[in-house]
Design a protein around this ligand. Structure first.
Ligand SMILES: *Cc1c(COP(=O)(O)O)cnc(C)c1O
Length: 486
């Protein structure tokens, strides 16, 4: 299996060659040359597999340059019940992503698939835990080391740190805005005592952190000398790891391949739902893929109108589903590449236009950039948006009717899913976080605290390890260099 850049760069690297990197050299994103196909007979065999064995079966179609026995061991190391032990009472942790039926009436079935039972209580663990093990394995094979520098406002940073803690050959330097994260999120990250994890609390806002990471990435000499890498959501291995739970959700919700299911996905950077698109392209019988956004509705706007219009930072709202607060969707280019019949010249022109003119238009109207919006429907996509009031109402509705507390992002998904039901087709909503992470809004909706999984009761009182630093790229570069010893 070889990979291509969405913008047409001539090299066709293997899985291992793109594993530790991010963007392709031409600024594009990697995708496989062709999507591997899954036959009906294979799907039937996969029905009885454990999550780890299913992950192995999916991974081996994409990571063809890693020996199969190694891949199998990595899948088992990653997807064990001990890692996903934060399942709510009544759920079976050994299922890794257990399903729970909310509603079953008038031929409509609404199901939640829990992706947030990992160490940081959000779906990013599903992919990041695999990435940690793959990175350690690949670095050991090359005798190399990697220093990950990232910026976080919450979920991504903690998922990365819990995935990389204690890993050989890897250090993590995570920048976060000083005193701007919730007490719970701060405690999750800063209580880690592993010597390869460095928390840097930057005196500034999230954008300052991101600017510093960009400045480091743009300093190519420094980046090479310090062996700097990233783990952002465009990383191809993260997307592949996410493909697995679409198969799992489908297989757990059906008993024959003649049945179809739909998925609704609380979306920000389009990473999660992009994996659903890939599963569908591999032959998984998915009816609809429903994009749910919050007030930051760049994606909902595209899927309703055919116009992709990225927002400026000042137009990006801080919402109560903060992990979906984006101004542009960094994985969207992967879908556009398929939508345009894999025409990399046009993809490059469109995304150059995003940089220069803030977006593009595929409505086919005079002066537009193409007419492919008409074919979006063939890929099963639909969309909807949810606001703070919708979120509160949905959290209350789900609590009152089903006795389950859902987090704010999942609530956005349920709200939009209920508007997109098709009779006779099971709708699976991906649960992307546990409510304990977003307790302020749970209190607002329900007038009480969200339950915390065992072991998280006193997390705010644990000793914290972090360095406060000014928002100056040079100071942070020096700090990193001092701790890598390179
Ligand atoms: C990251 C995140 C999302 C958005 O996922 P994308 O892959 O960026 O679309 C949704 N919900 C939660 C809780 C998240 O952490």
């Amino acid at each position: 299996m070889q990979y291509v850049s969405t913008r047409g760069h001539s090299a066709t690297p293997s899985f291992s060659e793109i594993l530790l990197g991010g963007l392709a050299p031409d600024g594009g994103l990697y995708l496989p040359q062709q999507y591997p196909q899954v036959s009906g007979a294979e799907l039937d065999q996969w029905r009885s597999l454990s999550y780890a064995d299913l992950a192995y079966q999916v991974l081996r179609k994409f990571a063809t340059d890693i020996p199969e026995s190694d891949l199998k061991a990595l899948a088992h190391k990653t997807y064990g019940a001990d890692v996903y032990c934060n399942a709510r009472s009544g759920d079976d942790a050994s299922q890794i992503t257990p399903l729970r039926t909310l509603e079953h009436k008038d031929g409509n079935k609404l199901v939640l698939q829990a992706l947030s039972n990992g160490p940081t209580l959000a779906f990013k663990d599903m992919a990041m835990q695999l990435l940690g093990n793959l990175f350690e394995y690949a670095l050991a094979r090359k005798g190399a080391e990697l220093n990950i520098v990232g910026a976080t406002s919450g979920d991504t940073g903690s998922a990365a740190e819990y995935a990389m803690r204690g890993k050989q050959g890897i250090r993590v330097f995570m920048l976060s805005p000083h005193r701007k994260m919730s007490a719970f999120q701060t405690a999750q990250m800063f209580s880690l005592q592993d010597p390869n994890i460095f928390n840097i609390a930057v005196e500034g806002v999230f954008d300052d952190c991101q600017d510093i990471v960009k400045a480091i990435s743009n300093d190519l000499d420094y980046k090479a000398a310090q062996k700097i890498g990233t783990v952002n959501s465009i990383n191809w291995a993260r997307v592949v790891a996410q493909v697995v739970y679409y198969f799992r959700g489908y297989l757990a919700a059906t008993d024959s391949n003649d049945q179809k299911v739909s998925f609704t996905v609380p979306s920000g950077n389009f990473g999660n739902i992009c994996a659903g698109h890939i599963a569908r392209m591999m032959g998984l019988p998915i009816d609809k893929l429903v994009v749910a956004t919050n007030e930051n509705d760049v994606l909902d706007e595209f899927f309703r109108t055919g116009v992709y219009r990225v927002r400026k930072s000042a137009e990006t709202y801080h919402t109560s589903s903060p992990s979906m607060d984006i101004s542009k969707a960094s994985n969207f280019e992967r879908f556009v590449y398929d939508l345009l019949g894999r025409d990399s010249v046009r993809v490059k022109a469109l995304f150059d236009k995003v940089e220069n003119a803030g977006g593009f238009d595929l409505t086919g109207k005079p002066g537009s950039d193409g007419d492919e919006f008409a074919s979006v429907i063939k890929y099963g996509f639909a969309s909807g948006r949810s606001t703070h009031d919708d979120r509160l109402a949905t959290i209350r509705f789900v609590q009152e009717n089903y006795g389950i507390t859902v987090d704010t992002h999942t609530a956005d998904g349920i709200k939009v899913a209920r508007e997109n039901l098709t009779p006779g087709v099971t709708m699976i909503v991906l649960e992307t976080a546990l409510p304990a992470k977003f307790n302020e809004t749970i209190r607002e909706a329900l007038g009480r605290d969200a339950d915390r999984p065992a072991g998280f009761e006193n997390i705010e009182s644990l000793a914290q390890r972090f360095e406060v630093m000014p928002a100056q790229a040079d100071r942070i570069k020096a700090y990193v260099a001092q701790h890598t010893g390179l």
